[in-house]
Design a protein around this ligand. Structure first.
Ligand code: SNW
Length: 287
């Protein structure tokens, strides 16, 4: 009697143990996967970033072929904060960036990409991290200082950029010429095949320092701050990046990088540590 009970108990225990084992096995499989790769990266431990090589000082390749710039350093800092050491930047045409992220060829797109509703049909975005102007860059000899001066002129835009969309809608008397990247357009500008090129403010400024070109016109683009582009289904990565980005703003890292890469540009308040925002200061004085 005792023996039989013992056997039954043993059988039951074995069955339970086996069940538990197999449960643990699949349980640990998926838990481990989630733990090893909580942000659903293409290669766990590495974050693959689609970027562009000629938008200095936002994102560009230096003489050694390394990606650097404000966006590159900010994103690298944020990636380290979520525990990813290996950040791999690859240059793409700007027009290919968002679909490459949406298709899963890259984990993130980082290239001063303005957040718009239209782009949100293709990708999800982190919170904004930079807002500024779109600038018409022109030859110093052309005397272009207003939208009217652009009538009948040839103006370059990078394909897929907000500048392209803005120009098509608003510069209706201007001949819009599409380029794959800024360098090609600026070569055209220097060679005289176009009269102006429409790009981001800080990138335009950089070209004015290199060539006989000037800032002809600034168009505010504060309603489309730049964000990191992420595949729409990767909510875990988006949330983690947002948290880390907020930390980088709050501890002054964002401010330090802004001063490093955009020296002399007015300091926007909204990305500074809360204690340094006037709004916050006056609120605390009021209360
Ligand atoms: O909308 C602006 C934003 O306010 C800030 O000034 C950074 O640039 C923008 O995101 C616009 N950037 C362009 C775009 O999103 C061009 C990006 C590029 O050439 N890499 O289409």
């Amino acid at each position: 009697m005792k023996f039989r009970l013992g056997l039954r108990a043993l059988a039951a225990t074995t069955a339970l143990a086996l069940g538990a084992l197999s449960l643990t096995a699949c349980g640990s499989d998926s838990t481990e996967a989630a733990q090893d790769n909580p942000y659903n990266l293409i290669d766990p431990g590495t974050i693959r970033v689609a970027s562009i090589g000629d938008s200095k000082p936002y994102t560009f390749t230096n003489a050694e072929g390394q990606f650097t710039g404000f966006d590159v350093e900010l994103f690298t800092d944020v990636a380290h904060r979520i525990g990813i050491e290996n950040v791999l930047f690859t240059g793409q045409d700007f027009s290919a960036l968002l679909s490459a992220v949406a298709n899963g060829q890259f984990d993130v797109g980082v290239a001063a990409i303005g957040i718009t509703e239209e782009r949100q049909q293709t990708v999800a975005f982190s919170d904004g991290y930079l807002a500024g102007y779109l600038t018409v860059l022109a030859s110093s000899k052309k005397n272009i200082t207003s939208e009217q001066d652009l009538a009948g002129k040839r103006m370059g835009v990078v394909q897929g950029s907000l500048q392209e969309a803005y120009a098509v809608k608003n510069f209706t008397d201007t001949d819009i010429v599409r380029f794959p990247d800024n360098n090609t357009a600026v070569s055209g500008l220097n060679a005289g095949s176009i009269d102006a090129h429409f790009l981001d403010y800080e990138a335009a400024k950089d070209y004015t320092e290199q060539y006989e070109l000037e800032n002809a016109l600034d168009i505010p683009s504060f309603d489309a701050p730049a964000g990191f582009a992420i595949a729409p289904e990767n909510e875990a990565l988006r949330k983690a990046l947002n948290k880390a980005l907020a930390e980088a703003m709050e501890d002054g890292t964002w401010k330090k990088l802004y001063q490093k890469w955009f020296p002399g540009s007015p300091m926007p308040e909204q990305y500074l540590p809360k204690a340094e925002q006037n709004g916050a200061e006056s609120t605390s004085k009021d209360s």
